[in-house]
Ligand binder design. Structure first.
Ligand code: SAJ
Length: 406
């Protein structure tokens, strides 16, 4: 039996996928409410194909509980935030999960860390937490790092098809865990050592962060002299060895806006490009806010209450608001002006900010200027409703004449 610890954005789909491929799985989370929701037959976030996968896994007998299980295989998939001051990984949740596993696991158990950690975290925090119980790693307890690679919005497909990395001290244990993932994963699974696995995961997300920062910097340069960054990127990308990403209102989510900081935190004098890239991305919400003021001025629009932000999530077609550029922009704006901007997101049912709407038509009725912060399918399908508004399109998805860009 596999005990998956942490039933969030990664742990839950992974547990469901294993269960629906014939593996006996118990999912454990310390959040009682989350476990109760799952036990009541409901998933805890929106994701294409997740409800169907959930139904399959229930049929196959998956169980959810707040209790850690006595078993031979654990998959730890808990959050790893970064310390905002030092930029280093905060391994607190991982260590606490490991300590709980150590209290009940039998000799010979294998512990797989799926959570993203910076290179060296397992040596520095995880091994001592295991050894503190008198266990000898490699003899009493086996340790593996198998970082996930799935992208929110396409998780179910990517769980099935992405290549994966398994890092283990011992090749044989690595091969055993590879077999476990191969029960559902159709991609290639590379077995390597733990430090390499730690580094590859962080490097992959850093690669994307740096490339997005490059696109964002180009957008700023082009804005300075009124050049069309989208046309420029499109033409450059016709070169066989150029593939520039898209500028946007900022970088959110729990991965790309977080993981690269681990390298800056651990290698401050070496990770220069990465540091600057993260600052560039983090500065985008303020850049958009300045664009909003500029465009308001150009159009003689004085009342910020007439400006609305479309989208609260960190990216399109997900309900995840972690590190969302819209939230960052609102935080910044609150420091400047008393009146809040209006906000609407079809994926956010709860009231999370002031000035929030839950109906697209009502939202548009009350504003003169709309800022497309997130390119949800809903807005792409309702472009005609934006006609007559002042539009700041942060994603270049709008074909209406007179639209503004970042
Ligand atoms: N973004 C841009 N321009 C782009 C692409 C993205 O501004 O051209 C923005 C998005 O709007 C969003 C942010 O970047 O705010 C991150 O979105 P994303 O879709 O690039 O990635 P995530 O954070 O949803 O998922 C990433 C993925 N990593 C890579 O593509 C290298 C995913 O494969 C990882 O599994 C995931 O992080 C993770 O869990 O680490």
């Amino acid at each position: 039996m596999v005990n998956v610890i942490g039933l969030g954005y990664i742990g839950l789909p992974t547990a469901l996928m294993m269960a629906s491929h014939g593996i006996e799985v118990v999912g454990t989370d310390y959040n009682k409410e989350l476990v109760a929701t799952l036990n009541a037959g409901r998933t805890t976030f929106k994701e294409d194909g997740l409800d169907e996968l959930f139904a399959d896994a229930l049929k196959s007998g998956i169980k959810f509980t707040t209790e850690y299980q006595v078993t031979d295989t654990y998959i730890v998939s808990v959050p790893t935030p970064y310390d905002k001051f030092s930029k280093k990984v905060d391994a607190g949740y991982v260590v606490s999960a490991i300590k709980s596993v150590m209290e009940i696991c039998p000799i010979g158990a294998t512990v797989v860390i799926e959570s993203t950690v910076s290179p060296g975290t397992i040596d520095k925090y995880v091994r001592p937490a295991i050894e503190a119980n008198g266990f000898v790693i490699g003899k009493d307890i086996n340790l593996v790092h198998a970082p996930e690679r799935i992208i929110p919005g396409n998780m179910v497909y990517e769980l099935l098809h992405n290549d994966r990395t398994v890092g283990a001290d011992d090749k044989e244990i690595g091969e055993k865990i590879k077999k476990l993932y191969a029960s559902f994963c159709q991609g290639e699974i590379v077995v390597t050592d733990i430090r390499t696995a730690e580094m590859t995961k962080v490097v992959e997300n850093t690669f994307r962060a740096v490339n997005i920062a490059f696109a964002n910097e180009l957008a700023k340069i082009c804005r300075h002299d009124n050049m069309d960054v989208y046309e420029i990127i499109k033409i450059c990308n016709m070169h066989p060895r150029v593939n520039i990403l898209q500028p946007g209102p900022g970088v959110g989510g729990h991965c790309i806006s977080v993981d690269p900081w681990f390298l800056v935190g651990d290698y401050p004098s070496l990770a220069k490009v990465i540091d600057e890239s993260m600052k560039t991305n983090d500065g985008m919400p303020d850049f958009v806010l300045n664009r909003i003021y500029e465009i308001m001025q150009e159009n003689g629009l004085k009342d910020v209450k007439k400006v609305g932000l479309y989208g609260l999530t960190y990216k399109e077609n997900v309900d995840d608001m972690r590190e969302s550029p819209t939230l960052q922009l609102l935080e910044s704006q609150e420091r400047h002006l008393a009146d809040p901007l209006k906000v609407y997101d079809p994926f956010i049912d709860a009231d999370v900010v002031s000035g929030q709407y839950h109906d697209l038509d009502k939202f548009l009725e009350d504003i003169d200027m709309v800022v497309i912060m997130v390119k949800h399918n809903e807005i792409r399908e309702n472009m005609d409703k934006l006609k007559g508004k002042i539009i700041l399109d942060c994603h270049n998805i709008c074909n209406i004449p007179g639209v503004y860009h970042i």
